[in-house]
Design a protein around this ligand. Structure first.
Ligand SMILES: Cc1ncc(COP(=O)(O)O)c(C=O)c1O
Length: 411
C-alpha cells in the first residue's frame, strides 16, 4: 500500500458540497441538552426523560402476537406496496367511519405512510416549491416548518394558542399576501402547546380555504389521546373538507407503536395521489408484517387505546398537580401527550434552554425547552407525560428540590 504522502492530492482539503436546501435548516438547538443527557446516561445516572413524545408503553399483546405470526410467513418479507395493502386501507376507512362518521374510499382517499412524519414531509414536497407559501402553527412542531422549507417553500408562522385568532390571522394573511398562501397546516391537539379546538374551527377553516383557494393539511397525531370526555374533532368530518385537504393520523401515539413507523394520509383524492406518486419513487412501503398487525390493532384494540388514554390522563394529573403544588402556573391539557408549562419566576428570565439544562443537570429531569419550537415557545417548557406516575412524582420531587432554595431566596 502507498503511504499517505505518495497518494496524489492527499493533502488537498475536501469539503462535502451539500445542497443549498440543507442551508435552510437551522443549527440544532437541542445539541447541548442531548449531549448532557448522553453523558449522564453513560455515567450511569438516572434521567427521567420527559423530553420527547416517545411512548414507553408497549403495544397491546394481541398486536405483538399478530406481528410475530406474520413474521413467520415468508410472503411477508418481500417488498410491500407503497400505498399500503388493500385490507389496511379498508380498515382505516372503517375506523374513520366508526369514529367520525366519515366515508373514505380506501382505493383513492387513503394511503399508508412510514409514520405520519414521512407522509407529511413527502406531501409538502409534492405540493410546495419555490415561491409557494404555507401558513404553519406557532409554536411549531419542527417538521411542520422544515418540510415546507426543504421543499423550497416559505413559511408564515401564526400563533395557534388562540385558535380563533389564528383563523382571523389566516384570513388577514390571505387578504394581504401576494401571491396568497397555497397551504395551511393545522395540528390539533397541538404539539407542543396542547391547544384543542371544536369542530366549528374546521368549519370556518374550510370556508376560508374555499374563499382564498388554499389547501389544508391537518396533522391529527394526538387524535386518540383525549381526556375528561373531550373528543378531538377530525378535519375530515367537516362538510367540504375533502375538497380542500387531507388529514394525517398515526399509530405511534394511541397504539404505542412509535417505532413501528406506520401512519396514514386520508382525504382529497388528488392530494393523496400526489403523495402516492412521490412515495412510488422513494419507497417500497411498510414492512408487510407491520401492516397486518396494524389491521388487527384497529379491528380489535379499541379498549387498549381507551385505557392508554386513561393512563395518560392519570399521568397528566400527577404532573400538573405536582407542578402546581410547587407554585408553577399550570393548565391541564384536554388532550395530547404534553404539559406546556410557563417557566415560573425567578427563572423566567433565564431562557428556556438554560432552564431546561438546569433541570437536567441538577434534577436529572429532561424536558424540551420551548425555544426549540420557535420564538413563540420561549418562556415555556414542554414536558411529555411518557413516564409512569411514580417516575413523574419523582420528577416533581427532584424539580422541587433543585428549585426550592432559589425560590426561597427570591421571595
Ligand atoms: C404533531 C406530530 N405530528 C407527527 C408526529 C410524528 O408521528 P409519527 O410517529 O407518525 O411519524 C409527531 C410525533 O411526535 C407529532 O407530535
Amino acid at each position: 500500500m502507498r503511504s499517505e504522502s505518495e497518494v496524489p492530492f492527499a493533502d488537498v482539503p475536501f469539503t462535502i458540497p451539500v445542497a443549498d436546501r440543507m442551508k435552510r435548516l437551522p443549527p440544532y438547538l437541542f445539541g447541548k441538552i442531548n449531549k448532557l443527557k448522553y453523558q449522564k446516561r453513560v455515567a450511569g445516572i438516572d434521567v427521567i426523560d420527559l423530553g420527547m413524545g416517545n411512548p414507553t408503553d408497549a403495544p397491546d399483546p394481541l398486536i405483538q402476537q399478530k406481528l410475530a405470526e406474520a413474521l413467520a410467513d415468508p410472503k411477508n418479507h418481500r417488498y410491500s406496496v407503497s400505498n399500503g395493502i388493500g385490507n389496511l386501507r379498508k380498515e382505516v376507512s372503517k375506523r374513520y367511519f366508526k369514529k367520525y362518521g366519515v366515508h373514505l374510499n380506501p382505493d383513492n382517499e387513503v394511503i399508508a405512510t412510514i409514520g405520519s412524519k414521512e407522509g407529511f414531509s413527502h406531501m409538502c414536497l409534492a405540493l410546495m416549491g419555490p415561491g409557494d407559501t404555507a401558513i404553519i402553527p406557532s409554536p411549531t412542531f419542527p417538521i411542520h416548518m422544515y418540510s415546507v422549507m426543504l421543499a423550497a417553500g416559505n413559511c408564515i408562522a401564526l400563533d395557534v394558542r388562540d385558535p380563533y385568532e389564528f383563523l382571523r390571522n389566516v384570513a388577514y394573511t390571505c387578504e394581504h399576501l401576494v401571491p396568497k398562501p397555497k397551504l395551511v397546516i393545522v395540528n390539533f391537539p397541538h404539539n407542543p402547546s396542547s391547544t384543542t379546538i371544536q369542530q366549528d374551527f374546521f368549519v370556518e377553516l374550510v370556508a376560508l380555504a374555499k374563499k382564498y383557494n388554499f389547501l389544508v393539511i391537518s396533522d391529527f397525531a394526538y387524535a386518540d389521546i383525549c381526556f375528561e370526555g373531550y373528543q378531538a374533532p377530525s378535519f375530515l368530518a367537516t362538510p367540504g373538507a375533502i375538497n380542500v385537504g387531507v388529514e394525517f393520523t398515526t399509530m405511534s401515539k394511541g397504539y404505542s407503536m412509535a417505532g413501528w413507523r406506520i401512519g396514514f394520509c386520508c382525504g382529497n383524492a388528488e392530494m393523496v395521489r400526489a403523495l402516492a406518486t412521490i412515495k412510488g419513487y422513494y419507497d417500497y412501503g411498510i414492512f408487510q408484517a407491520i401492516q397486518i398487525a396494524a389491521i388487527v390493532a384497529m379491528r380489535h384494540c379499541d379498549a387498549a387505546v381507551e385505557s392508554l388514554a386513561a393512563e395518560y390522563e392519570i399521568r397528566r394529573n400527577v404532573l400538573c398537580e405536582g407542578l402546581s403544588r410547587l407554585g408553577w402556573n399550570i393548565q391541564k391539557p384536554k388532550a395530547g401527550m404534553f404539559v406546556w408549562a410557563p417557566i415560573p419566576e425567578p427563572w423566567a428570565q433565564m431562557g428556556s434552554i438554560d432552564f431546561a439544562m438546569k433541570l437536567l443537570d441538577e434534577a436529572g429531569v429532561a424536558v424540551s425547552p420551548g425555544r426549540g419550537f420557535g420564538e413563540d415557545g420561549e418562556g415555556y417548557l414542554r414536558l411529555a407525560i411518557v413516564e409512569n406516575s411514580n417516575r413523574l412524582r419523582q420528577a416533581v420531587r427532584e424539580i422541587g428540590r433543585c428549585t426550592r432554595v432559589e425560590a426561597a431566596k427570591a421571595s
